[in-house]
Design a protein around this ligand. Structure first.
Ligand SMILES: Nc1ncnc2c1ncn2[C@@H]1O[C@H](COP(=O)(O)OP(=O)(O)O)[C@@H](O)[C@H]1O
Ligand SMILES: [Mg+2]
Length: 285
């Protein structure tokens, strides 16, 4: 199951905007996608509540450190929105389940410095270092009248991270998100420039989103076999099972709770508590 996480330590860098767009695009591709909101601010979840029911369905999924939420069996793709300031064990847990990390980065030197620090930490994680979880940068809120796009590209090249392109600063994003939409949902001709800017970004992500990757890149293990052998032992769930979605369920620690999709079209079905699996003790807080 492809899992794309949107990560950057800096708040306001466009993570929720990017995650909502990725989820909407994936839904338009016909995937049964879930938008996971690891952020306490729950921006993505709020956006999803505003999303018109007639648009391609995106399943809601929010979690924090007190809740444990599940990926329903019907879900085939996951996009994870994450909070600013993510680091250490929390960052490692996200990487453990992601096939790709997209870092939206605004052009200022403060944003670049913060993103460089975030990338430096990512680079220390085995799944990133081995290439099993890919990392790429997208320039966010770039004013086309400036050299900011080029500055970001050179900065990204300097880090050795693929630079997928830029999204311009425009109220189209702000207004679309307010209505539960993305630029992909706007009437034809309303967002021509923006859709063109998304093309190289989606070209990089599309193979990852299409690949039938069982459980975030790892080969399917035989029954009873421990999966993810190259991961640090401290991050391994103690009793990883092969239940669909179970591996993502350990992203959040704490008491089991299942979120019911609110008034969603039928496709992504919510799990029942019976389907839910107990979180390994050592991951609890
Ligand atoms: N390309 C863009 N043009 C204009 N405003 C944008 C753009 N991308 C994001 N924004 C606005 O910037 C603010 C922060 O974006 P958000 O996605 O919430 O960032 P984060 O999740 O990283 O905190 C929001 O108000 C959002 O509407
Ligand atoms: Mg956010």
């Amino acid at each position: 199951m492809p899992v794309i996480a949107v990560v950057n330590r800096k708040g306001g860098s466009g993570k929720s905007t990017f995650a909502a767009h990725m989820a909407a695009w994936s839904a338009r591709q016909g995937h049964a996608v879930m938008l996971g909101d690891v952020d306490r601010q729950q921006s993505s979840r709020g956006w999803l509540r505003r999303r018109p029911a007639e648009l391609p369905a995106i399943a809601p999924w929010a979690m924090d450190h007190k809740q444990m939420l599940r990926v329903p069996p019907s879900i085939t793709h996951v996009v994870l929105d994450t909070p600013g300031g993510l680091h250490g064990f929390e960052l490692a847990r996200i990487v453990m389940f992601a096939d790709a990390i997209v870092m939206p980065v605004c052009p200022s030197v403060f944003d670049r410095e913060s993103a460089a620090a975030c990338h430096a930490e990512l680079a220390t994680l085995p799944r990133i270092a081995s290439g099993r979880c890919k990392v790429a940068v997208v320039g966010m809120r770039v004013d086309g009248r400036t050299r900011h796009g080029e500055v970001l590209r050179q900065w990204s090249d300097g880090l050795g991270v693929p630079f997928l392109g830029v999204l311009r600063e425009t109220q189209l994003y702000v207004r679309a998100l307010e209505r539960g939409l993305t630029v992909f949902d706007l009437p034809s001709g309303k967002a021509t420039i923006d859709l063109a800017q998304w093309e190289p970004i989606l070209a990089w992500l599309q193979p990852l989103m299409q690949a039938p990757q069982p459980a975030a890149n790892d080969p399917a293990p035989a029954a009873g076999q421990r999966v993810g052998g190259s991961r640090p032992a401290s991050l391994m769930p103690a009793q990883e099972s092969l239940i669909h979605g179970a591996r993502l369920a350990v992203l959040a620690g704490g008491r089991s709770r299942v979120e019911e999709p609110a008034a969603q079209p039928a496709r992504p079905r919510a799990t029942t508590p019976r389907e839910a699996r107990q979180i390994p003790q050592f991951l609890k807080r």
